[in-house]
Design a protein around this ligand. Structure first.
Ligand code: FES
Ligand code: FES
Length: 158
């Protein structure tokens, strides 16, 4: 089987994969980074979103081999030791999660949204940009509130 090497959450990693192995399975099964979830088999839910070379991708539609040499950040890599990332803290403070299944993907997509649109986000923009992330608990109101607050906090930190 081919070997793939990449940097995940700042550490070099490598492992044997099949040509068809998806990034999400490499992360979860080879590296045991189970914060990246699989919520569908149709590329619709966004529970699997991670950052690859600075951009959000759905890890369920990305081949692990395509990430050779890439810099990958998962939800496990966002916090700074015991200090939550501002977007994580905003989800906690604004009750932005219910069961939490969609939350890692929501947070990673939100971090990418701030990178693309800046820290001053309005509700309409957040709702539009979240179309690739589904929350089965349907608590979108507080998710949107969390992302607006997290974006503002990221702006203050920059
Ligand atoms: Fe990737 Fe649903 S698991 S979009
Ligand atoms: Fe349960 Fe979103 S919080 S799926």
């Amino acid at each position: 089987m081919p070997n793939v090497s990449m940097t995940v959450n700042g550490s070099p990693v490598s492992g044997e994969v099949e040509g068809r192995t998806l990034l999400v399975h490499f992360l979860r099964e080879n590296l045991r980074l189970t914060g990246t979830h699989v919520g569908c088999d149709t590329s619709q839910c966004g529970a699997c979103v991670v950052i690859v070379d600075g951009e959000a991708v759905k890890a369920c539609t990305t081949l692990a081999l395509r990430c050779e040499g890439a810099d990958v950040t998962t939800i496990e890599g966002l916090a700074d030791a015991d200090d939550l990332h501002p977007m994580q803290a905003a989800f906690r403070d604004n009750h932005g999660l219910q069961c939490g299944f969609c939350t890692p993907g929501m947070v990673m997509a939100a971090v990418d949204l701030v990178r693309r649109k800046g820290p001053d986000l309005d509700e309409a923009t957040v709702r539009h940009e979240l179309e690739g992330n589904i929350c089965r608990c349907t608590g979108y109101h507080n998710i949107v509130k969390s992302i607006i607050a997290g974006a503002a906090a990221m702006g203050k930190q920059a």
